[in-house]
Ligand binder design. Structure first.
Ligand code: ADP
Ligand code: ZN
Length: 754
């Protein structure tokens, strides 16, 4: 044994562990690894270490172990390793470092994002004590007297191996007495082990065979598999229209990865993690780890172990499944890559697409991004050759893309024949037709609630949330006015709270009012509403989709929840109630969002032999985003939109960081935001180099200027050189102390601009 590291002479080799503490200072600390712990203190293991002058015990992650020769350091030793095995592979540790650096968050925040809480806490495991014979002691103690019962117990343990006391007593048919005696003599020892209860969901699905790929699909598959066999990373953007059979391509690419003993991760937006999607993968692969946000900690931990031990090869999940601890990763697929839910909206504010790319690069495997409406970020990279582009412009089996028509809501209004409610004359007729010919109908309205606006026509007063200053939405079920941000609710007023005028007006159509209208217009066609309010119970999605699939429901209406990824062959009409809801938001991606939503919902029809059509109601049907969606012309949309982004120096032509300052006192928050902006202008001077030129906008009140009682200001940074922005912001985060009660965050490459 080596001496205690404290006493090491100055020139000995020293094994050191770099440790990041869970709480407390974020810098990395070095500790000595005692010889007795060499096999336990490994990167990715949590350790207990002494901290400060009082050697207060603290817990942290060991993130690196190094041999330092000829060291003159006098380091304190690690006290204890807390995990029997590393929880994070070297690859995932590197990913955590990248996240901390890129998204400007503490390393521990990145580590704890990668490692689910259920894994950290050992959820669903029990500490069980096993008894076994201590062979050494038994040999030495041949002379010790044993009773008959005691001898029998030892024999049993020798024959059957370690077992719990309960099992031992049952098998040996004895009381605890002789066992206790044997333990006292030191002939039996006990050892604690963590055991995990199976959380397998036991879902059985009918196995299905592969489709024979068409030429487009085969080409896409070849591009992916050849990248896989090159064993170098490549990002492949599959731009395929809705129904072009992208999922089939992913499945067969994954099968290829599995043939070589590799694992595959498929990331889908939480919203499309429907039973339908999951079943498609289960029916081909049998066992699939499905990681969605409703798992209990114990279930998550169970899946995590199965994946880490290589017992399951296919992982399907939402955003955080990008961190699945696959030891033999072969492929990552990220479907609907344009979806904003791939970005996390709390620290660390990571985007799964970017994390997936860094991970795929580091592990030398392909990343497949798929979408009918790629983000302009990915589209530009594909056009610049940074990503490989695969086009799938046709639907499978020569199915046509649906015919998309627009209905100008202004015309209806001008004619004076204002149709009462949300469904115009044209749309009403189309719905009747579809129903009469045995088809089903989907109606999209991206606003929940009954009335979205409560205003007094006499004094102009608008009912807003006192904490958020967002207009309250009327929900009829409990006659309340509800804040969709913070859930504040108040009784729906019968008269104006300001001037007591009795004719306060409820206007603006939400999904609840649309549902009432549909029931009134088509009383003989069962309809179902799907939105966050209606779909609260566990399994409610499944039940709703099943009823629609079986044809018990004729009209499905709802928010974007119904716009994504569904495949119902009998849907012959899709109606978009109002395509303009997202068009005028103060967000530079407003047009892109609108284009995506209309294109995606249009993709829900015409999937069967009956074909299908789409009707889009809009006040501005000539808008380029709506026109491009009508013609299924992604390239045209991109051609029109990219020059606008370039002129305004928005992403994808620049990197962006959004700083948000919030606090309960408006003046104090604003004052600090101003300080931030001044400091940033100092740190990011114009040095005449166009490629590095930083644009700093603000501070200005955020579009949501007050949320949950906090006033919000934002500053927007744009620069062709993202590293320059991150470096400046990181410096401020480290140095600038915000006044008490004021919080500020930095959102790197933000998606939410509100
Ligand atoms: P996407 O993911 O591009 O929207 P899907 O993978 O959902 O398209 O495919 C649309 C439909 O076509 C699905 O019902 C799928 O089962 C079917 N399909 C896929 N590939 C083929 C093929 N080669 N031949 C026949 N049908 C196919
Ligand atoms: Zn509110």
């Amino acid at each position: 044994m080596r001496p205690d590291p404290w006493e090491l002479d100055d020139h000995a080799d020293l094994r050191t562990a770099t440790v990041v503490l869970l709480d407390g200072p974020q810098q990395e600390l070095s500790y000595a690894v005692p010889d007795s712990m060499v096999d336990q203190v490994l990167p990715g293991v949590r350790v207990r270490v002494p901290l400060g002058r009082g050697n207060r015990p603290a817990v942290g992650y060991c993130v690196a172990v190094e041999m330092k020769s000829g060291s003159t350091m006098r380091l304190k030793p690690v006290t204890e390793a807390l995990d029997p095995m590393p929880l994070l592979s070297p690859a995932l540790l590197r990913l955590a470092r990248w996240m901390a650096d890129y998204y400007l968050c503490p390393l521990t925040a990145a580590l704890e994002t990668i490692l689910p809480a259920g894994v950290r806490d050992g959820a669903g495991t029990r500490l069980t004590t096993y008894l076994s014979v201590d062979a050494e002691a038994l040999k030495k103690s041949a002379d010790k007297k044993l009773t008959q019962k005691q001898a029998a117990i030892l024999k049993l343990l020798e024959r059957d191996g370690p077992m719990t006391q309960v099992d031992l007593l049952r098998t040996a048919k004895c009381t605890a007495g002789p066992v206790t005696a044997l333990r006292r003599k030191g002939l039996i020892r006990s050892q604690a082990e963590r055991v995990q209860k199976s959380q397998a969901d036991g879902v059985e699905v009918r196995r299905q065979k592969n489709f024979t790929l068409n030429d487009e699909q085969r080409n896409a598959l070849e591009r992916i598999t050849s990248a896989m066999h090159e064993k170098t990373h490549r990002t492949i953007l599959v731009h395929g229209v809705t129904g072009s059979g992208k999922t089939e391509v992913y499945i067969q690419a994954m099968q290829e990865a599995l043939r070589f003993g590799r694992q595959a991760i498929v990331l889908v937006p939480e919203i499309s993690l429907t039973p339908q999607t999951v079943e498609r993968f289960r029916s081909r692969f049998g066992e699939v780890a499905v990681l969605h946000s409703h798992l209990t900690d114990a279930e998550r931990h169970w899946h995590w172990r199965q994946i880490a031990e290589g017992k399951v090869s296919v992982v399907v999940g939402a955003r955080s499944a990008v961190f699945a601890p696959t030891p033999h990763l072969g492929l990552i697929v990220l479907d609907e890559e344009h979806e904003s839910s791939f970005k996390q909206d709390v620290t660390p504010r990571y985007h799964a697409r970017d994390v997936a790319r860094i991970r795929a690069e580091a592990e030398g495997v392909p990343l497949v991004l798929g979408s009918a409406t790629p983000s302009l970020e990915s589209w530009r990279k594909a056009n610049q050759g940074e990503f490989s582009l695969v086009e799938m412009p046709n639907r499978v089996e020569d199915r046509p893309l649906p015919d998309v028509g627009t209905i100008d809501l202004r015309v209806d209004a001008n004619r004076g024949s204002v149709t009462r409610g949300a469904i115009g004359r044209h749309l009403h007729k189309a719905i009747s037709n579809a129903l009469e010919t045995g088809g089903q109908v989907i109606l999209l309205l991206n606003r929940r609630g009954y009335s979205t606006h409560i205003q007094c026509p006499s004094c102009g007063f608008v009912l807003v949330c006192p904490h958020c200053e967002i207009a309250l939405t009327h929900h009829r079920q409990h006659e309340i006015a509800l804040c969709h941000f913070c859930d504040y609710e108040t009784a729906a007023p019968a008269e104006c709270p300001e001037c007591h005028f009795e004719g306060i007006r409820y206007s603006g159509v939400g999904t609840q009012r649309l549902e009432a209208e549909v029931r009134a217009r088509f009383p003989h066609s069962p309809c179902l509403r799907m939105d966050a309010d209606a779909m609260q119970g566990r399994g409610s999605h499944e039940r709703a989709f099943a009823a629609f699939r079986e044809g018990k429901i004729k009209i499905l209406l709802g928010t974007q929840m119904i716009a994504k990824g569904l495949d119902f062959p009998n849907v012959t009409l899709v109606g978009v109630i109002n395509a303009d809801t997202a068009l005028h938001l103060p967000d530079f991606r407003a047009a892109e969002r609108t284009f995506q939503l209309v294109t995606q919902v249009a993709g829900r029809t015409g999937r069967g032999p009956k074909g299908g059509r789409v009707l889009v109601q809009s006040m501005q049907p000539e808008h380029p985003a709506i026109q491009a969606a009508v013609r299924h012309d992604y390239a045209a949309f991109a051609r029109g939109e990219l020059p606008i982004r370039e002129a305004l120096r928005y992403p994808p032509f620049t990197s962006m960081i959004r700083l948000i300052v919030r606090g309960p006192v408006e003046e104090i928050a604003l004052e600090f935001a101003k300080t931030l902006a001044v400091r940033l202008r100092e740190l990011l001077p114009d040095d005449g180099d166009k490629t590095r030129e930083a644009r700093i906008l603000g501070p200005a009140p955020a579009p949501f200027a007050k949320l949950r009682g906090l006033f919000r200001f934002h500053i927007q940074l744009q620069c062709g050189d993202g590293k320059r922005l991150r470096d400046a912001t990181r410096e401020l985060l480290a140095k600038l102390e915000a006044p008490k009660e004021v919080q500020w965050i930095a959102d790197v490459e933000p998606i939410d601009m509100m």
